[in-house]
Design a binder for this molecule. Structure first.
Ligand SMILES: C[S@@+](CC[C@H](N)C(=O)[O-])C[C@H]1O[C@@H](n2cnc3c(N)ncnc32)[C@H](O)[C@@H]1O
Length: 276
């Protein structure tokens, strides 16, 4: 995601928020343990979900530590969605976790950030290390979406390929895998977790207008690629971006709204009590 925090969260569809709220309520109600939790929000982005959704679903928690790899997003989150129980930090948790975090968290949440994880075994070892025995990991996010197919297709065109060099690193393993849920369940079991749910479903997500959907999909373009776009090319780029996105599942409704078909992924794991 490129660091245009306001563009990203202001153009998100209501449907995506409603889905997060409803799935979060469902899973949190099943989680046992203390009410006074210490919680980690992995990949907090602009912080609106951390404060407006996560905090309100865990009202009695002690603290949320919310981390993101992008300094601009963390600074925006601190300024815009600050709260006495939220500590925002710039951190790549796949590379580095503070030593004092050992077995510190009751729950780790990831909203639309798990698809950035490349090395699942390493990630699960980190989760095992920071979660208390019996603690939970809940990820609500993307398995597949029209923009991934669009990026791959545009990366093969003469006109735009130079802007998509290295795009593969932004295409999630969940998009590439034929049966991600079965494979991931097995892996999580081997890594010391009880898989409570690993499911995916195609969910229609409706945006209020074409402008909203395009602003949203521009905001998720990786920064290394967009920042190379020369301004005079930008309109032509947008036109082609829209055309290819349309091909991969945008439906224009009679009332002016636009619906996309997105595959959403729910992962809920519980760390076992075993010591290995
Ligand atoms: C699509 S955004 C979602 C943000 C927020 N959770 C939400 O739902 O609005 C995903 C975020 O994950 C962050 N991210 C990706 N890999 C990360 C890592 N290894 N450590 C911390 N943050 C990461 C990205 O910088 C990005 O801000």
């Amino acid at each position: 995601m490129n660091p245009k925090p306001a563009q990203y969260y202001l153009n998100r569809s209501k449907g995506e928020y409603e889905w997060m709220e409803s799935r979060l309520s469902h899973y949190v109600s099943k989680m046992t343990g203390s009410e006074w939790d210490v919680v980690l929000d992995f990949g907090c982005g602009p912080g609106d979900v951390t404060k407006n959704i996560l905090l309100s679903h865990c009202p009695n928690l002690t603290k949320i530590i919310a981390v993101d790899i992008q300094p601009d997003l963390v600074n925006f989150a601190k300024e815009t969605f600050g709260h006495e129980r939220i500590e925002y930090m710039i951190l790549d948790i796949t590379e580095n976790t503070p030593p004092q975090w050992g077995k510190m968290f009751d729950k780790v949440f990831a909203f639309f950030s798990f698809h950035y994880v490349k090395d699942f075994i390493k990630f699960m070892k980190i989760l095992r290390g920071v979660l208390k025995p019996g603690g939970y990991f809940l990820s609500l996010g993307l398995a597949s979406a029209p923009h991934f197919s669009t990026w791959l297709e545009m990366s093969k065109t003469e006109e735009w390929k130079e802007y998509f060099i290295g795009i593969e690193k932004y295409i999630p393993a969940t998009y590439m895998s034929k049966d991600f849920c079965t494979e991931f369940k097995k892996l999580s079991d081997e890594c010391g977790f009880v898989p409570i749910a690993v499911t995916s479903s195609v969910v229609p997500i409706t945006f209020d207008s074409e402008k909203q959907v395009m602003d949203f999909y521009v905001s998720v373009l990786p920064e290394d690629n967009v920042k190379q776009l020369k301004l005079e090319n930008f309109d032509k780029f947008l036109e082609d971006y829209r055309r290819v996105l349309n091909k991969y599942g945008l439906t224009y409704n009679a009332d002016g709204t636009v619906t996309t078909q997105t595959t959403l992924l729910e992962i809920c794991l519980q760390s076992t009590n075993s010591t290995n």
